[in-house]
Design a protein around this ligand. Structure first.
Ligand code: EPZ
Length: 429
């Protein structure tokens, strides 16, 4: 398996173009199941996760064609008919969000059998709210031997869906199913993440009638059929935030482009509080730090527009060398501090008590061999490696490849000493 080696000490100076958002792209790809006409997605990231979903969609009857189009990387998805409503365990477990094909499959063809995704290193991550939403829309749901069997032979019916807690995936899933339902669906306590707005824009371009995404109430008036469309994937706010933190960590000046500053405002405020400079520009941000040590600041993760849980690990890495003690509270997932013991291998001083980590800044980290445990945890180790003395080698980087497009190239272009060590194909223990 490949590893990434980082030699610490180089400042970052340059421009990093932000890719399209993984977490939006995979839901938009699932929307292709809703129409017999082609859906062209532009600003598409090329990632392991989009490949996994492409593989599953192909099995369901979607042709998936990646190419370089007139406006950059594009994927054209075309499902003239659904040839199978079966999403097997081996494909769904590789990428949990594959579960979101369930709603579109039932909406379009009245039935589906989709594997439950199972657990995850960052938390139990149940899908009860997804199923609750589909049942509210009139689908009959049965669970057998690890699979969800869903049926709605006479189609889905508009309904009121009230989520007891905010869930990004369940809100998206409800939207994907309700667009073809008969009547009006109102989703209350909906997630407000920018990816929901992106999904609404894409569905509306396909002929759907969705309003309110980005607010806690989303209203969907069902239509009989959807058509093909072209849609540009929203910039990846987590990739953008990750490089913003990397720049603050390593020092120097990095301009992030092809993005939007408001997507990471809650992070920018914390970076400024810590002593970095953040300039909001028309298409992103410029992050600078000139020499002086950052101050420790506290963060608490929350649904958008709060501090993103997907940036918590990166911010913890930043705090490992800040001046003072920082408190980091994780409120979205119950087990999202797996990076803490790995950061401690680099010399960080961290103690974890339940959902809170206390980070006491140290003057210098030391390079070491560390192991990635999930996508965002892995990149936090790369960020720490940017300032650690000597070499940091991160293994199990297949996690990184799931969500960061051309990471070594993007960091390398700004002066970071990052290289991929090709593996021998042997799995790591
Ligand atoms: C999305 O996950 C993202 N994944 C996550 O990014 C992100 O961390 C998360 O939203 C929160 O922003 C994708 O978009 C593919 P949730 P999702 O449903 O939709 C509980 C990354 O690194 N819950 O908003 O699965 C759940 O356990 C990933 O890119 C239920 O109890 O998150 C969690 O505690 C990691 N029942 C909370 O809700 C349900 O049916 C929020 O989860 C669904 C969720």
């Amino acid at each position: 398996m490949d590893r990434i080696a980082i030699t610490g000490g180089a400042q970052l100076n340059g421009v990093i173009p932000v890719s399209g958002a993984k977490n939006s792209a995979i839901k938009l790809m699932a929307a292709s199941l809703l129409t017999d006409e082609p859906l062209r997605l532009t600003n598409m990231p090329r990632l392991a996760d989009t490949r996994f979903l492409g593989k599953l969609l192909t099995r369901l009857g979607v042709s998936v064609t990646e190419s370089d189009g007139p406006d950059g990387q594009q994927t054209i998805l075309h499902a003239p008919e659904i040839t199978s409503g079966f999403a097997p365990y081996d494909l769904v477990r590789q990428m949990r969000a594959s579960f979101n094909v369930l709603g579109p499959l039932v909406a379009r063809s009245g039935q589906a059998k989709v594997s439950l995704p199972g657990g995850c290193t960052i938390g139990a991550r149940p899908v009860d709210l997804h199923l609750q939403a589909l049942e509210a829309l009139g689908a009959k749901i049965d669970l057998h031997e690890g699979y969800v069997y869903a049926q709605a032979p006479r189609g889905l019916k508009g309904a009121e869906i009230v989520f007891p807690i905010v869930s990004v995936g369940a809100t998206e899933h409800a939207m994907l199913a309700a667009v073809l339902a008969d009547g009006v669906t109102v989703i209350r306590n909906a997630a407000c993440e920018p990816e929901l707005v992106d999904l609404q824009e894409c569905l509306n371009a396909m002929g759907a009638k969705v309003e309110g995404a980005g607010t806690p109430t989303v209203t969907i008036t069902g239509v009989a059929r959807l058509k093909g469309a072209t849609h540009s994937v929203i910039p990846d706010r987590i990739e953008m935030g990750t490089y913003a933190v990397a720049a603050a960590m390593a020092g120097g000046e990095v301009r992030l482009t092809n993005a939007r500053p408001e997507l990471i405002e809650s992070l920018s405020v914390k970076l400024e509080e810590a002593g970095a400079t953040v300039v909001r520009t028309e298409d992103g941000v410029i992050v600078k730090r000139n020499g002086s040590r950052l101050n420790a600041v506290d963060i608490e993760t929350a649904p958008f527009p709060g501090f993103a849980t997907d940036l918590q690990a990166q911010f913890m890495a930043l705090m490992t060398t800040a001046n003072g003690e920082s408190h980091i509270r994780e409120t979205i997932f119950e087990n999202r501090f797996m990076h803490a013991p790995e950061l401690m291998r680099l010399g960080a001083d961290i103690s974890v008590h339940g959902g809170e980590a206390r980070v006491r800044g140290v003057a210098q980290l030391e390079g070491a061999e560390v192991m990635a445990t999930d996508l965002r945890a892995s990149v936090s180790l790369v960020i720490a490696g940017l300032v650690a003395r000597g070499e940091t080698v991160v293994s199990r980087i297949y996690h990184l490849d799931r969500g960061f497009e051309r990471l070594e190239e993007k960091l390398g272009a700004c002066g970071a000493q990052v290289r991929r060590i090709k593996g021998d194909g042997e799995p790591e223990l």
